[in-house]
Design a protein around this ligand. Structure first.
Ligand code: MOS
Length: 767
């Protein structure tokens, strides 16, 4: 099977993979017939609302729900005390509750939930819930939180959710041998996912089972948390995932807070319960991008050979652990960016605070460290009187380079240099960099470049597999059932293309069902830009099993040898005599009539990886994607406004399965990168969010989008299905530093804390 798959994966004349086929869900979505979670109504359904605390950090002494329960229409009120199992669950380690029992840890935390016969009744009931608190001292600064004697927010000593330490070579010796050493502190901000569709769930009890329609990005995590908290076996919990209106990591672990409350109320009342968050609730409760404090020190020889990097990363994880521990892992092991240092020391910490929680967000810790590493190299380049791009080029990883963790880059094309060379040429960087320095008027242009390497799928700190089920029906149509979720990124389309390619059938023969945990096994989370790679591997394996059975039957009826059978364009024929042929459809029917097994599952386990937490070393990813971004900006020196004029995005994500969905990934990603660089900022004041709707929280508007030129440099990767690697997160992880260096080129000043607001730019210009 593996040999046969390798042959298919490395074919040159692909028919469906590599083509810009229409998204499988395009018609549903543009005609409004796609049903999202909030579109589901069930007879007899109750409506839920969440009671949110206005304390930052406080012991819950008593919650009096009697006044609410006396109101007309109110059916039930639940608190943490109603949880059948009063033990915490966790994404990485247990320290979370569907509803907290002992204390609240952040502003707006939900501590009770109401079910009523109407939304209005549920809403009104919230005013009749009375709570007695005992306030606790709070901590908002991650560095304060790490200190001895700081208020204890969560389950870990010194509020340390995770710490990681890596040493390679001898960093002090590296600095001693350096001709130039620079150090600098960088800060990044908290960011909101801003998906269009807020969290929602409809929980439907039926006998002793609970069916929940919910927009979770990782319904299997929600299922585990529910099973644990509600004492229900996994097979009695059926989570169905309709199309998602965006997620980007945000509905990965945080969606459980909404789903869990609906489920608990359904269990308590025995009735279907619907809970749909408002935008404000979503912004208050969902996890955010971790703000980072990064202190980086680099040393190099006079001719720009990097000798040492010492890096400290401190991330604010907020009030609950979510996926912070693994976000830190990814940030930590990507701290050198795509640059090779013989001597490295990196120390990373993620810390509890009484701020809104932070967790998975597209990029997963790399936009922050990429900003720091590219920026510190630019500072070093200035000191060395070099163009930053020359310094970067000189030190980019290549084949057989050793990463900070000791992993040797091997088994795929390390294309960093190829990308940077092409980016310089395409953007006419050298010419523009000099030309823009001459701008002396009110409007000044600048150009900057940043590079990245990104580990594909999960890293070596955990396990990694995926799975899926395929059925070939009697009419030759094909159904895919898997828990790989389409959050809008195009997973359904791209994986259907992969399955169609394996079967040699037209793409429109394939249908991709919504995930149902009652039917499909857990393929682990659709995150880490792993959907295409891991889902593609698993589904190809399911498909090839059925295909080999169909091959046997075809050889028999066409009276030829199995090795002569070819599947192409929906026809199965004998390569030695093309007149011997049968349509895929007829062959499927025949196979059914002969009782051949036409449903198969495929499981794919990622190649083995290593991680030694003691030394911070290991072979941490089985392959990597490469990216270069060039940004051109125009700074208005009177207002401080920065306009991004153009971005060139160059990607080696291996083979591109669908050029259209791939481009949309890059456009979407870059809109985030621009917000990260220039204006997005989820501000808290003593833990209280200051912008909880889009009237105040700014994201990129279409009218402000720059010209974007995308080039895919396809080096198909032998580790991946049809050579396709990750693209989703590479798309946004270096637009930030490219823009910031372009601003430096424009005004000769460097922004070191994001976002680069007009106020900051004006302040720098005055210095
Ligand atoms: Mo992603 S942030 O790995 O869903």
């Amino acid at each position: 099977m593996e040999k046969e798959l390798q042959q298919i994966f490395t074919k040159n004349d692909l028919k469906i993979v590599g083509k810009a086929v229409r998204r499988i869900d395009a018609i549903h979505k543009v005609t409004g017939t796609a049903r999202y979670t909030a579109d589901y109504y069930v007879p007899g359904m109750l409506y839920a609302k969440v009671f949110r605390s206005d304390r930052i950090h406080a012991i819950i002494k008593k919650i009096d729900t009697s006044g609410a329960l006396r109101l007309p229409g109110v059916v039930a009120v639940v608190t943490g005390r109603d949880l059948p199992n009063k033990a915490p669950f966790g994404y990485i380690y247990p320290d979370e509750w569907i509803l907290p029992i002992e204390k609240v840890r952040y502003y707006g935390e939900g501590i009770a939930a109401v079910a009523a016969t109407s939304k209005e009744a549920a809403e009104r009931a919230l005013d009749f819930i009375k709570v007695e608190y005992e306030d606790l001292p709070a901590v908002f600064d991650p560095e304060e939180a790490m200190k001895e004697g700081a208020p204890q927010v969560g389950a870990k000593k010194r509020n340390l959710m995770n710490e990681l330490h890596t040493k390679k070579g001898d960093v002090e010796k590296g600095f001693d041998e350096s001709d130039a050493v620079v150090e600098h502190e960088f800060r990044t901000q908290r960011i909101e996912h801003s998906y269009l569709e807020p969290e929602a769930a409809v929980a439907i009890p039926e006998g002793d089972t609970l069916t929940i329609i919910t927009n979770s990005q990782y319904p299997f995590f929600a299922r585990y948390a529910l099973a644990h908290s509600l004492n229900i076996p996994l097979n009695k919990l059926r989570l169905i995932t309709p199309p998602l209106g965006g997620s980007f990591g945000g509905k990965d672990s945080s969606a459980i807070w909404c789903t869990g409350k609906a489920a608990l109320l359904a269990l308590k009342t025995g009735k279907p319960v619907k809970l749909v968050y408002t935008r404000e609730e979503s912004m208050i409760e969902s996890n955010k991008r971790h703000p980072f404090i990064m202190r980086y020190k680099v040393g190099a020889t006079n001719d720009g050979k990097l000798l040492a990097l010492k890096a400290l990363n401190i991330a604010d994880g907020g009030a609950y652990p979510s996926s912070s521990a693994v976000v830190l892992f990814r940030a930590h092991v990507h701290s050198t960016g795509p640059y090779e240092f013989p001597n490295v020391q990196v120390d990373s910490y993620v810390v509890y605070t009484n701020n809104v929680l932070a967790g998975a967000m597209r990029g997963f810790g790399t936009p922050q460290v990429n900003f720091a590493i590219d920026s510190i190299l630019e500072i070093l380049a200035t000191k060395l009187d070099m163009d930053p791009v020359d310094l970067k080029m000189k030190n980019l990883v290549k084949n057989r380079s050793t990463l900070l963790t000791g992993q040797i880059l091997d088994g795929h094309v390390v294309s960093s240099r190829q990308l940077l060379k092409r980016a310089i040429e395409l953007s006419e960087y050298k010419k523009k960099r000099e030309l823009y320095k001459q701008d002396k008027g009110r409007y000044r242009r600048g150009i900057g470049i940043a590079n990245s390497i990104r580990g594909v799928s999960f890293g070596g700190e955990g396990f990694d597999y995926a799975n899926g089920i395929i059925t070939v029906h009697e009419d030759g149509s094909v159904a895919i059932a898997t828990g790989i979720i389409d959050g809008g990124q195009g997973a359904k389309t791209v994986l259907s293309q992969i399955v169609a390619e394996v079967f040699g059938i037209p793409y429109d023969y394939v249908y991709y069902l919504d995930s149902d945990t009652g039917v499909v096994p857990n393929p682990l989370t659709t995150s880490a830009s792993r959907g295409t790679v891991m889902g593609g591997h698993a589904l190809s394996r399911a498909a090839i099993k059925i295909k080999s059975r169909m091959t046997k039957v075809a050889a028999e009826v066409l009276k030829t040898k199995e090795e002569n059978i070819v599947f192409e364009d929906g026809v199965v024929f004998d390569r030695t005599d093309k007149s011997k042929r049968i349509s895929f459809k007829d062959l499927a029917l025949l196979c059914h009539q002969r009782a051949e097994v036409m449903t198969e599952s495929g499981w794919y386990s990622a190649p083995p990886l290593t991680w030694n937490p003691e030394t911070g070393t290991g072979s941490v990813y089985f392959t990597f994607s490469y990216t270069t971004n060039v940004a051109e900006v125009e700074v208005d020196t009177e207002t401080g406004n920065v306009k991004v004029l153009r971005i060139y995005a160059l990607h080696d994500s291996g083979r591109i399965v669908n050029p259209k969905t791939a481009r949309s990934q890059v456009y979407g990603g870059l809109s985030w990168a621009i917000g990260f660089a220039l204006f997005e900022d989820f501000k808290l004041k003593n833990g209280i969010p200051q912008q909880i709707n889009f009237d105040k929280y700014k994201i990129l508007r279409a009218i402000d989008a720059p010209d974007i030129s995308i080039e895919f440099i396809e080096n198909p990767d032998p580790n991946c299905p049809f050579g396709a690697k990750s693209l989703a997160e590479p798309a946004l992880e270096i637009g930030g530093p490219a823009i910031i260096d372009a601003i430096y080129n424009a005004i000769g000043k460097r922004v070191d804390s994001l976002p680069a607001t007009p106020e900051k730019i004006l302040r720098l210009l005055k210095e």
